[in-house]
Design a protein around this ligand. Sequence first.
Ligand SMILES: [Zn+2]
Length: 348
Amino acid sequence: MTYQNAEIAKIAEVLKSRIVEGASLLRSPELKSLFDAIKTIDPSERSAYGQEINKLKVELQDLIDASEDSQLATQSPIDVTAPFDINTPKSKRPQLLSVEQGSIHPLMTELELVLGIFNRMGFTAVESRQIDDDYHMFESLNFPEDHPARDDYDTFMTVEKDKNGKQFIAPAHTSNMQNRVLRDNKANLENGEPIAVLLPGRVYRNEDLDARHEHTFHQFEGVYVDKGIHAGNLLATFKTFLSEYYQQDVEIKSQPFYFPFTEPSFELALSCPFCQKQGCSICSHTGWIELLGMGMVHPNVLKEAGIDPLVYTGFAWGCGLERLVMLKYGIEDIRHFESAKIEFLRQF
Ligand SMILES: [Zn+2]
């Protein structure tokens, strides 16, 4: 394209040599100076001059688009997760401050550690599910219909029922897997081997959100069944795990609690890993931190899975992963984990 006006022709050459700069060229001082000069142009030539500047703008825009298209064509594969349409010109896309590689979410790194420790103690892992039914969430766990303890779980469930009258439930604990793994691994017991399973999974509760409560969090359930298993085995197993996970000798303390699916049931507290029981703000100056619920598998739960509770006994626990990790790193707010805050994630 040629330009009659010498100044426009000169600037056109300069700007066309800088097409890779993209849309910012259309706001460049050179182009602005041409517009500013309009008022100094002889009125009889002003219209032709104005048309030439507009022609230059259109030419630059076409060249910029063509250049971006050819860049797009050489960029492959397409990132379907990108937060913009593939036809969005480069200049209009969100800009990264720097190019950096992603990393594994801290919760998953810590879960791998947990799985590794229990794996060395003979547990195999089975991942929990994201959607379930009333039978596995409550009934098989000795919560009859209308049992008041159901209210403690603030469960999300579908209002509509399917043709069999079933509602779908977003699991509120990983115990929903107990009946399944007890049934699936029953043969172990007949072969003289224990059932030893770890059940990590995401769980959901309709909580009022604050620094210690999230609607979505993670638990890992442990289930162990064999002949002659007693609460001492449970406490020793979990104490070993905690000492290994926190890389220091921790003390534990249990107190009676109630869950429908364990009998007896306990709440377990560990000695504060920050102050060695001297008292600090993290343990509310008590030296102890309440961590999780556990107990001996209720005979009705074993019976429901086809295991004779007069021959076999077992233990189970459900531990919140976030709580464990928060204590390890001194994280003050559980909501950081799912917040997608880059500043938080970069610290791991
Ligand atoms: Zn403390």
